[in-house]
Design a protein around this ligand. Structure first.
Ligand code: GLU
Length: 491
């Protein structure tokens, strides 16, 4: 294979959505697998809808996912500029070349004229198709119209035969040429159409494989027609299947989070999202699901991309995320979780004021205790609050059950006494003493442990109680038991 060059070409008119992220990932994996180059090109000719903020979130999302590019904005390259808005001169001169070669022409038809033509064809039972009437203007007529009328540039499209897109995923897809009229390549505002700019850039940037969403398949024959007229060689094409919602409709906002940014805010790990995106329409076979980036690079191939739509499944993403949360290096998880702790202001002032290393060591311990029970970074934080602060509310059902019976106050007093005396204040000795207490009072161990858990965490469930107690330390545990006792007295 010649040196692979692929590109991702987002328009900065919105956030990076899972569809775009998946397209980038497939391009990226393909480039890495074949030792090729990944190019980022920004399709920003639509000035009205493009914005620097969207561009920034696209960069941030790609960086967060770990999908880097070898050429493009911020890194440069020999084939720049990489913003279409800075390449207008190139599109203009290629359009002029086509005109000179008689492969494109100026069209002065007004929208009303085009509408009338369309209507006439409709009455004759014909599909809408531009008649090509401006193709036949004499040089004088053209000159005259140029002086006062706005115009577009149309390309001469073949009227007969077929255009075949030899798709790497779908095989040959045949389009009858009578589907295409002489379509517009330069608009009346002097800007290129998407198809025209895209073909020129793909050729000038020496793109070998165009890997993009299936929604572009219908553009591809037009792009091949343009490429032929321009005398370019045609890259290989691969159209990856659509991503549909679970109800098999087009995925949209109403189905929940769809942008990379939103997943990040939910507490999804980039490793999990990458793994999930890879499986949207691609499968390595053998039922393998959990795969690292290196494994993905190793086994990725366009032949294994499915022709059928991929069904988006949030539950699976969350499941994968839970897996990564349980198995990844604690250090990495803590770094990822920190912004969530900070956002919800969970860390006590004391912990927040520690040196970074000490602070992270403490958070690591907490994350290690709670991570088996949660699936997102947001849930890590929600499950951790009582490790850092004592202003939590008590679970009302728990209060009813463990603080409201007649022996509750007495048991809490006994527990307090035991825990204030136990030496050393460590899991093993605490366990022994609490077991001894349950025997002495002739109550079950649950009647001891459950009120303690409720008093020190506000909850009826959670990680190992002894771990929690040893983490908090004697003073904190006694203070919390006292607070619980006060609750009992007040009520
Ligand atoms: N800017 C186009 C888009 O965002 C690029 C399509 C293509 O890859 O050619 O859909």
């Amino acid at each position: 294979m010649t040196d692979v060059r692929v590109r991702f070409a987002p328009s900065p008119t919105g956030e990076l959505h899972i569809g775009g992220a998946r397209t980038t990932l497939f391009n990226w994996l393909f480039a890495r697998k074949h030792g090729g180059k990944m190019i980022l090109r920004i399709d920003d000719t639509d000035k009205q809808r493009s914005s620097p903020e969207f561009l920034k979130t696209i960069f941030t999302s790609l960086n967060w996912l770990g999908l880097d590019w070898d050429e493009g904005p911020e890194v440069g390259g020999e084939y720049g500029p990489y913003f279409q808005s800075e390449r207008l001169e190139i599109y203009h001169s290629e359009a002029q070349r086509l005109i000179k070669e008689g492969k494109a022409y100026y069209c002065f038809c007004t929208p009303e004229e085009l509408q009338a033509e369309k209507e006439e064809r409709r009455l004759q039972g014909l599909p809408p198709r531009y008649s090509g009437k401006c193709r036949r203007l004499s040089p004088e007529e053209r000159k005259e119209k140029m002086a006062g009328q706005s115009f577009v540039i149309r390309i001469l499209a073949p009227e007969e035969g077929q255009t075949i897109v030899d798709d790497l995923i779908r095989g040959p897809v045949v389009f009858e040429n009578d589907l295409f009229d002489d379509f517009i390549i330069m608009k009346s505002d002097g800007l290129p159409t998407y198809n025209f700019a895209s073909v020129i850039d793909d050729a000038k940037m020496e793109i070998t494989h165009v890997i993009r969403g299936e929604e572009h398949l219908s553009n591809t024959p037009r792009q091949q027609i343009i490429a032929r007229q321009l005398g370019y060689s045609i890259p290989r094409y691969a159209h990856v299947p659509m991503i549909l919602a679970p109800d098999h409709t087009k995925l949209s906002k109403r189905h929940g989070a769809t942008s990379v940014h939103e997943y990040r805010e939910m507490g999804i790990l980039p490793e999990a999202l990458i793994n999930y995106l890879a499986l949207l329409g691609w499968s390595p076979g053998e039922d393998r699901e959990i795969m690292s980036m290196d494994e993905l690079i190793d086994s990725f191939s366009l032949e294994k991309v499915s022709k059928n739509p991929a069904i988006y499944d949030l539950k699976k993403l969350i499941w994968l995320n839970g897996h990564y949360l349980r198995t990844m290096e604690l250090e990495t998880i803590v770094l990822r979780a920190l912004p969530f702790f900070e956002k919800d202001d969970i860390l006590s002032e004391k912990v927040a004021s520690y040196q970074e290393k000490e602070r992270n060591r403490i958070i690591e311990k907490v994350v290690d205790l709670v991570r088996d029970r949660v699936k997102t970074l947001q849930e890590v934080v929600e499950a951790s609050d009582y490790f850092f602060r004592d202003d939590f509310a008590y679970n009302p059902k728990g209060v009813e059950k463990h603080f409201r019976h007649k022996n509750a106050a007495g048991i809490l007093d006994e527990i307090t006494k035991t825990l204030s005396q136990v030496e050393p204040f460590a899991a093993a000795t605490i366990k022994e003493e609490l077991e001894g207490l349950s025997r002495r009072l002739n109550v079950s161990l649950g009647q001891i442990n459950l009120p303690v858990r409720l008093a020190v965490t506000g909850r009826t469930m959670g990680p190992d109680l002894l771990e929690i107690i040893s983490f908090l330390g004697r003073d904190e545990v006694l203070a919390r038991l006292k607070r619980a006792k006060q609750l009992l007295i007040q009520s």
